[in-house]
Ligand binder design. Structure first.
Ligand code: ZN
Ligand code: ZN
Length: 250
């Protein structure tokens, strides 16, 4: 029935164009704007650093508090129409759209240190948010990645104590501190401490959520923490691309 009616009734939710059968509800243009994320630098979590050798943005280390080395992987770039498409999937995942977004990943399985098999730990989601979205995107990404790579998904984290009502002390905290308080996690009750965990989340934007999750695992005794994201927003790389030549560092 849907096949007969479309494309007369359905519109691509990103651009309002006519949707394509292979990637309902999106159109072919939006589908093709979904870009694979290039390898991310484990130093600055950015793109464009040399694959071997030192990070070219050492002033912008990602999670300097974590022991190195660790891996940061992302499947898609959060840019342009591809970003709007992923955001749309996050809000309203459908059977067809999930099949398309979470399609088999041809990238090679990560080479972990000898004798280590990490577990995948999805970043927990606030109950109000789960209710609003009706699903848990980070959990869905972790389940998919687990099937791809033969790794177990362990809900090792739960939400920690949330900050109280705004008081005088709260008001004095800077933005970063307030944000990191909002994302406070702890080891979930009854869960064993994973020795090696991959923190899985849907989007890497500020990195504060993923770092808070990693810190909670470290505090519980996890030795090594790596990261996997469905989407990565190359904010730093983009601003460097648009910055005038003269003000570019070194
Ligand atoms: Zn479209
Ligand atoms: Zn780098």
């Amino acid at each position: 029935m849907l096949d007969l009616l479309f494309p007369f009734l359905l519109r691509c939710p990103v651009c309002e164009g006519a949707p394509a059968r292979e990637c309902l509800p999106w159109c072919e243009t939006c589908r093709s704007s979904l870009q694979r994320c290039p390898p991310l630098c484990p130093g600055c979590a950015g793109v464009g650093c040399p694959p071997v050798g030192p990070c070219s943005r050492p002033w912008r280390l990602f999670a300097p508090e974590l022991p190195r080395p660790f891996r940061i992987e992302a499947r898609y770039l959060l840019v342009g129409a591809g970003y709007r498409l992923l955001r749309d999937w996050k809000r309203r995942p459908g059977r067809s759209s999930s099949r398309f977004i979470l399609s088999p990943d041809p990238s090679p399985t990560a080479d972990w240190p000898l004798g280590e098999t990490p577990v995948l730990v999805p970043v927990p989601q606030h109950r109000a948010r789960s209710w609003r979205l009706g699903h848990h995107p980070a959990g869905a990404v972790a389940e998919w990645l687990g099937r791809q790579r033969g790794l177990a998904v362990v809900p090792a984290l739960e939400l920690g104590p949330q900050p109280g009502q705004a008081g005088t002390r709260q008001a004095r905290l800077n933005r970063e501190a307030r944000l990191s308080q909002r994302f406070s996690f702890r080891l979930a009750q009854g869960q064993p401490v994973p020795a090696h965990a991959v923190v899985v989340d849907d989007f890497l934007t500020t990195g504060l959520t993923a770092r808070a999750a990693a810190q909670a695992l470290r505090a519980a005794g996890t030795r090594r923490v790596d990261f996997y994201f469905l989407g990565f927003r190359p904010e730093l790389s983009r601003s460097e691309l648009t910055r005038p030549e003269a003000s570019r560092p070194g």
